[in-house]
Design a protein around this ligand. Sequence first.
Ligand code: WT7
Length: 629
Amino acid sequence: MVEDKDLNLLKVEKVYEPKEECKKTAHFQDYETLYKSSLQNREAFWDKIAKELCWFKPWEKVLEWNYPYAKWFVGGKTNICYNCLDRNLERGLRNKVAIIYVNEDEEEKKLTYGELNELVGRFASALKSLGIKKGDRVVLYMPNTPEAAIAMLACARIGAIHSVVFAGFSTEALRMRIEDAKPKAVITATYTKRRGKKIDLLSTAREAIKGLDYVEHLIVWDRDKNQTLREGEKEFYNLIKENKEISPAEEMDAEDPLFILYTSGTTGKPKGVLHTTGGYMVGTYITTKWDFNLQDDDIYWCTADVGWITGHSYIVYGPLLNGATTLMYEGAPNYPDPGIWWRIVEKYRVNIFYTAPTAIRLFMRYGEEYPKKYDLSSLRVLGSVGEPINPEAWEWYYRVIGGQKCPIVDTWWQTETGMHLILTWPHMKAKPGYAGKPFFTVEVDVVDKNGNPVPPNHVGYLVIKNPWPAMLRTVWGNPERYEKYWNIIPGYYCPEDLASKDEEGYIMILGRADDVLNVAGHRIGTAEVESALVAHPDVAEAAVIGKPDEIKGQRIKAFVVLRVGVQPSQELTESIKQTVRKTLGPIAVPDEIEYVEKLPKTRSGKIMRRLLRAKELGLQVGDLSTLED
Ligand code: WT7
């Protein structure tokens, strides 16, 4: 845990006043006034916003709150895919570009709203022809390309629940998620391309579904048209060719499930966060529009991957609900050279650019000359997400990328929250180091373990005091785990982040309070890595901690106890890393492995990671009364 005294080191006095231009493009005027009035009547606030979208049947009640279970837009019927496509065609956006796809070779593909509608509608018909119905699950293991968005939207169109698994996850991680979601179909591609190399997805998907009878279909996007498909496998574009009809959008209840997205927690098993239709739609729609001052002709680029929540909410659903042009990039940020992203900004005249601090820190290391080579003058708003943006990275982003004219919109949220909850709007005073203030109608605070507010500038747990539309509704197949979010500090939703609040109500996020790491903006459970480590035949026990890393935020260090008689060696280290790579995927491989005789444990047998961390980082070890030995 971060101590109060450490806060002084983090506290930054610098304040950036908002620019006049940002006020002009804003969709609301004074934050404080609107925030206060939104608290007075939360339901009226959301009622008004939801009415901007299309509903087949209006809701009877905005919110039904049965702690800790919420229903939003009760009785309302709609379809999020209809709102992303049909509604925009009706508004005359048929020929507007919906998705621009670019890759490392700077190959591009553009899809208009009209074209996207046709592809999605026909693919939706294809899914139906395969017997996939409302409520069935479909797992996607796809590259960050329009085909992933097409598959997501087609599922949403017919009411199938999609579950996207990041294409960087390995066979076992994919299989674990498939076994939990029990999909009728899995959709994949032959490969994804990164750093000039093709990464095989098809073999991984085939391996992951071996022997699972409930997976009736494997749909494969054969990118080079050179694969021999096996029995039970169908080709993505062939399906579109064979199905000429645009499937109508299924009437969905506001509370019908939309998707499951797995995220890491404190146990070895990831949680299937469930989002539903109406609230998620309204929440992502308005936050994309308001939080980035989105304008009609904007080219909007979020550099995330569809495999994460940021890709769901802010590459696909939020931008398309707004009829915006969203750019999707497949590849690494620094390949073939560290100028690739800035070339794309220049070439497509990107206006809104949304990325993670880890990427900014990577570019800082390469130096200013790369971005300086390109014309970045089209940029108007810069966003940040995934972890706290340290003031140095903030200043660099502001000065070098934004040319001191673009506001930096830091956005705090989670897989579970579905939408931004704390942020610094473009036309709000920015304090580098602070995420900002709560979204309208949402009250947040920083409290101690008993739920009592801590004084300003002290460290505590961040809590959200009331429900919001895009909140998770449950954890798939595990309602107790859902209830836990609301039971850690009874009465409130606890995201398990440490935070502090200043006198003006600005929230500083200090990192996770639980055994979850944030490596390059990716959430990784220490328990997941530990169980991958012990899957190695020579490993008896393992403990994993996060160490500060200049670029990735945190790096993974593993302490490993070997089985009796096994000697440490360089080869063994490599082989252990390989096991983690195979079990979880490259993002979870420890940077460091240290062999130890035994691990510190509590009397009840729990590994004291806190103690390992403290020793590793030379911090005070704190209370040791529960240590076994
Ligand atoms: C955790 C959620 C939300 C999309 C990406 C990650 C950390 C996220 C910020 C931010 C400080 C942040 C928190 C949070 N986090 N955004 N702007 N400032 N911390 O989603 O994988 O569900 O992880 O990421 O620790 O709890 P996720």
